[in-house]
Design a protein around this ligand. Structure first.
Ligand SMILES: Cc1cc2nc3c(=O)[nH]c(=O)nc-3n(C[C@H](O)[C@H](O)[C@H](O)COP(=O)(O)O)c2cc1C
Length: 214
């Protein structure tokens, strides 16, 4: 769908998900992640960049698993994560929009839990490539988990935490030869509706990931 059409539908409150392709499992166990290998860190920094052209090819489950773990997985005892959060509130929820449906990344179980059996990729941003790229992530702050943080600081701190996760995605993408772009030009109301979010949950950003267009 073109950006203009999305803008028009968004203004009318009618930017909606598409029917999913295939059947969505209610829960997807992600394979164990190999914590070794990948590009040396300095080479990953050298390769990090935004890309806006994607091949439609699906990401293998091993790649999706490693990407999500790198982004916001549990990396040590105590449930601590690969990205920082203020007072370790871990307020960011990572939603995973796939052609088969939208899932919540459950870092503790390292699994995907189905949120909706619709294809919400088109709703995750105004730019046309988000519809067909194989994965759009959505960063959502759950303010109910931020009670230790002063109320006036919560949104700011959540944005910082989301930024750290986004950079993890960029660096994993650089290491794995994937293309990605972080996006703030999104219809937050349409996304919240599509994902059935509560009033405590605030949509912050989206990020598209896929193979580079050949
Ligand atoms: C908070 C934030 C919001 C962004 N929003 C968008 C966006 O909506 N659409 C887009 O194509 N790129 C977006 N970008 C990506 C920037 O345009 C990109 O990082 C910048 O042009 C620098 O390019 P580079 O990432 O390749 O170094 C965003 C980046 C950040 C940090």
């Amino acid at each position: 769908m073109s950006t203009l059409t999305k803008l028009a539908l968004g203004m009318m409150g009618k930017l909606r998900p598409r029917p999913a392709k295939g059947t969505a499992a209610t829960s997807i166990a992600l394979p164990a992640v190999d914590r070794h290998g990948g590009l040396p860190l300095m080479e990953a920094f050298a390769q990090r960049r935004s890309a806006r052209e994607f091949a439609p090819d699906a990401l293998p489950i091993e790649v999706l698993s490693a990407l999500l773990w790198a982004a916001w997985g549990v990396n040590r005892p105590g449930g601590h994560r690969t990205a920082p959060s203020a007072i370790d509130c871990q307020e960011i929820d990572l939603f995973v929009a796939l052609p088969t449906g939208a899932y919540l990344y459950d870092a503790t179980a390292h699994a995907l839990q189905l949120v909706t059996g619709s294809d919400v990729r088109r709703v995750t941003g105004y730019q046309d490539f988000v519809d067909e790229a194989p994965l759009d992530l959505v960063f959502v702050a759950d303010h109910a988990r931020m009670t230790p943080v002063p109320a006036g600081q919560r949104e700011r701190y959540a944005c910082v935490a989301a930024g750290a996760i986004a950079q993890n995605v960029y660096l994993y993408a650089a290491s794995a030869g994937l293309a990605t772009v972080l996006r703030a030009w999104i219809d937050r109301t349409a996304i919240a509706d599509a994902l059935g979010l509560t009033h405590d949950q605030q949509v912050l950003l989206s990020q598209t990931v896929g193979y580079p267009k050949r």
